[in-house]
Design a protein around this ligand. Structure first.
Ligand code: UDP
Ligand code: MG
Length: 154
């Protein structure tokens, strides 16, 4: 089943929004395959945000991501990368649609509570960056036949 890498950012952790965000993930029927708290450092953030290192806001982005521990998650589901990016909403929380996580829970373009992988290829790279293989659990939940029809998961 497809997997995506999600980070509940310091703006999520510090605002006590871990629970509400996880509730929305589980209400959607997305499977949690890995979850842990981490204190990120500059080294991993320079890799993770390598597409942004030359932007003027990069130092502030790094500081914001190191401001507290984060919660890293591996989520599983059919087409989960696309589904979860849609649930996340656009980057700037003020522009994100109501009903999305950013559109419902934040007002910032930087402190936007959540990271979500943007393609299946990047998801695999990011999962390997933040998780050891033994930290990802490829179990089948007992309610799987109520989450999908058999032909969707064959
Ligand atoms: N970011 C920022 N200022 C910007 C654009 C992005 O601080 O003008 C931060 C923001 O926290 C965002 C992260 O950099 O989530 C990664 O940017 P990206 O363009 O990959 O957006 P995302 O994929 O998170 O929507
Ligand atoms: Mg991105």
């Amino acid at each position: 089943m497809e997997k995506t890498l999600v980070i509940l950012k310091p703006s999520c952790v510090e605002r006590a929004l871990i629970g509400p965000v996880i509730t929305r993930i589980q209400q959607r029927g997305i499977i949690i395959s890995g979850m842990k708290m981490m204190q990120l450092d500059e080294k991993i953030l320079r890799e993770h945000y390598s597409h942004l290192v030359d932007k003027p806001f990069f130092p502030s982005l790094v500081a914001s991501m190191m401001a507290s521990p984060v919660v890293c998650m591996v989520l599983s589901g059919v087409d989960v990368v696309e589904v979860f990016r849609k649930m996340t909403g656009v980057t700037n929380g003020r522009k994100a649609e109501p009903g999305t996580l950013r559109g419902d829970f934040c007002m910032s373009g930087q402190a936007n509570i959540i990271h979500a992988s943007d393609s299946p290829e990047n998801a695999q790279i990011e999962i390997n960056r933040f998780f050891k293989p033994e930290e990802v659990f490829d179990y089948t939940p007992s309610n799987i036949n109520f989450l999908y029809s058999a032909d969707e998961i064959k």
